[in-house]
Design a protein around this ligand. Sequence first.
Ligand code: ASP
Ligand code: MG
Length: 599
Amino acid sequence: MALIVQKYGGTSVGSVERIQTVAQRIHRTVQQGNTVVVVVSAMGKTTDTLVSLAQEITANPSRREMDMLLSTGEQVTIALMTMALQEIGQAAISLTGAQVGIVTEAEHSRARILSIKPDRIKRHLDKAEVVVVAGFQGISSVEDLEITTLGRGGSDTSAVALAASLKASFCEIYTDVPGILTTDPRLVPEARLMEEITCDEMLELASLGAKVLHPRAVEIARNYGVPLVVRSSWSEAPGTRVISPIPKPRSLEGLELTKAVDGVEFDRDQAKIALLRVPDHPGIAARLFGEIAHQQVDVDLIIQSIHEGNSNDIAFTVIKNVLSKAEAVAEAIAPALRSTPSNVTEAEVMVETGVAKISIAGAGMIGRPGIAAKMFKTLAQANINIEMISTSEVKVSCVVAKEDGDRAIAVLCEAFNVQLSPNPVATNAVAMSPPVRGVALDMKQAQIAIRHVKDKPGMAASIFGVLADNNISVDTIIQSQRCRILAGMPTRDIAFTVAQGEVEAACTALNRLADGFDEVIVDDDIAKVSIVGAGMVGQPGVAAKFFTALAQEKINIKMIATSEIKISCVVPKEEGVKALKAVHHGFELAGIETVEVPA
Ligand code: ASP
Ligand code: MG
């Protein structure tokens, strides 16, 4: 007999009929001998409707009153669902977040869960009742017992947190899609249902999967090892398992990490190779990394920043003992690139061995401005220069001089109050992952490039600091390789992407800074295509295959950024969907049957 937490999303409980259908399913699960806790969302679009009601009254509702308002949605569902269960003879009781003791921070509209007191739930379960809990809400522990909400999509987080604190056998997230798909099926009809995905991959795919599964829920599942399944409310199909390696034992107090960063990672055995002034046209990255893969050399970070004139710089890191091989390939290919007609300047290879990579990692940084800025500032205060930057959803990596490594570790661990973690991917028990699990497309971003930023400690810190102060979330950040001497001072370009809606605010903020760089250039004609897979670690050729798929479609790459398990390319916007299809096809992710997805 298992203890199961089942969560039903808004569409699954969108009408009385659907609530009745779901009640049948819950009842069946109990009859099969299981103990069931149910977590529900507000019915259908209720939360959106409540938000618009508030907006009719004020453009600036207080966050406290918004929580008071929005938390009513789930309360409707728990009562109706419990009535539907009782009506078919299933003993059940509804409870609010406060009644089950979901204690959160006193942060209205985005509270994190601190702890859950499962005693009351257990008492009802012992009486063979199904407990139906309102998702998305909690109560602050201060004496005033304020109602809080966890942020949009937060019922997933309620469900997984309950599963963790009840030590449930597993947690099922029921939704209106069959599970997690290899890409967006509205753009690529051949998208296939994944049988499984690791939590780390799921977090890096946040832009693809966040609507299906709240990233904070994934983080809890990973930290507490809660077996998680995403499946359809309308079929018996098994859905997608979201898996994690067995976690370190961890206290249930402070359940959701209030920290944005949960580890500092360090890799000291790296060497950096840069190809300067290669032609800016389709196929160059494919050719370079194709040759490198051919030599069975695994590359780690890859960065291509904004182009200048008609040439690009591509830089990458490899582990030191394959450096000579990688360098030979780069040297051999450089003359060939030079002879390309469109290339007016000379390509050049640059190698640097004394480098180390230091990263901060944590799902808490998703949607929280200022984490990267804090890292850059911390390094700057320790007078450590950053040579390369590359970021993904849940990681910021910087390449620094090797002799600065130990100091970098010390100051970052202190600043973020965390410990140095063993490289998580290398120690990952989930070793069987395919190199690429899924492909995501993000068309809602714009690229901002800052030209000729003085290459001295503190510049990245002040740029991203001012953005964070203005509450602007930055996505992919890269710092280019090209170094230009202007007025005796070396300068580099820094580029990053932000949501399109935040471009103006970002430019205003940056222009106010107006010192230490030359100009800010906006390109909102971009799309970002990303591949994610834990199996790409240590496997040569994955990047090459990605770039080749784009080259075959003659799609030019504007920017490249990577983390261990993710590679992202910025491409021209009008090529976004074509790029997504080509890459999905290139990695043979297409399914045999198309997946039915309701509109
Ligand atoms: N009802 C809330 C929302 O729409 C929470 C949820 O459904 O997960 O954001
Ligand atoms: Mg949801």
